[in-house]
Write a protein that binds this ligand. Structure first.
Ligand SMILES: Nc1ncnc2c1ncn2[C@@H]1O[C@H](COP(=O)(O)OP(=O)(O)OP(=O)(O)O)[C@@H](O)[C@H]1O
Ligand SMILES: [Mg+2]
Length: 239
């Protein structure tokens, strides 16, 4: 579904991704693991084709999605036409709007209104906490609830392929489990998921496969089970 080959990415003159290759098959949940500064968010931003000033610049290699070259594609087309949704680091929800208004904004490009109303019901059943708070202003939600909202929003934009940037960040262990269980359910119901995580323990518990990134290189890959059993992984990344 997604294929990245020999991708080199720079900010200004500084190269931060040095020729990474990875792929995500339809129906999979794949994790991209690595420490601070490894290049995980840069990888996601490269896929989303985010514009300047934040934009990482691709200098070589390719990103294809269902066989289509994504490099010349504008970011809103990545979302609206290709159905790729990002749950960004730090959530970036609209604090002065309600839960429902935030979800509604995500549907602006959709024309399948029958499916849209089914999707609202689905989000509210996956995240009952959001259902209880649908008319609450988002700035008054807890961090965990905001993370759920950010995830629900990617679902509401009709994404068939969902990218998440460190969804576990700042969540208590129980809430983390709750969120990953829902991600797994979203995955089982047909969405493909690519999740960036520093928390290798939780990601390897739920993902099918994983890649480990260090300083702009992919240094390991394998099934979640194999990765969880690798000695180097245990020492450096698994508690
Ligand atoms: N806008 C930018 N301009 C210049 N350098 C940047 C920019 N954004 C990121 N970098 C650098 O690129 C490298 C990779 O950053 P990136 O944000 O992709 O790491 P990460 O793996 O997501 O880390 P973290 O787990 O801390 O979020 C880092 O060295 C970072 O300093
Ligand atoms: Mg990051």
């Amino acid at each position: 579904m997604l294929k990245i080959e020999n991708l080199h990415v720079s900010y200004g003159n500084i190269e931060v991704l040095h020729g990474i290759s990875l792929h995500v098959n339809e129906g999979e949940m794949v994790a991209l693991l690595g420490a601070n500064g490894a290049g995980k968010s840069t990888t996601l931003m490269s896929i989303m084709r985010l514009p300047p000033p934040e934009a990482p610049r691709v200098t070589a290699g390719s990103i294809t999605y269902r066989g289509v070259d994504l490099l010349p594609v504008a970011p809103h087309i990545v979302v609206a036409k290709h159905g790729i949704g990002l749950v960004p680091e730090g959530r970036r929800v609209f604090g002065n709007l309600t839960v429902f208004e935030n979800l509604k904004l995500a549907t602006y490009a959709r024309k399948d209104m029958v499916q849209v109303s089914k999707d609202y019901e689905r989000v509210f059943s996956l995240f009952p906490r959001l259902a209880d708070r649908r008319n609450q202003r988002v700035e008054t939600l807890s961090g965990g609830e905001q993370q759920m909202l950010a995830t629900g929003r990617a679902f509401m934009c009709g994404a068939k392929f969902i990218l998440l940037d460190e969804p576990s960040m700042g969540l208590a262990p129980l809430l983390m489990q709750e969120l990953f269980k829902v991600l797994k359910e979203i995955n089982r119901s047909g969405a493909t998921i690519f999740v960036v995580e520093q928390n290798a323990n939780i990601a390897l518990k739920y993902a099918h496969r994983a890649y480990l990134m260090e300083a702009g290189y992919i240094v390991k890959e394998g099934t979640a089970k194999d990765m969880a059993n690798k000695e180097e992984m245990k020492k450096a990344y698994l508690g």
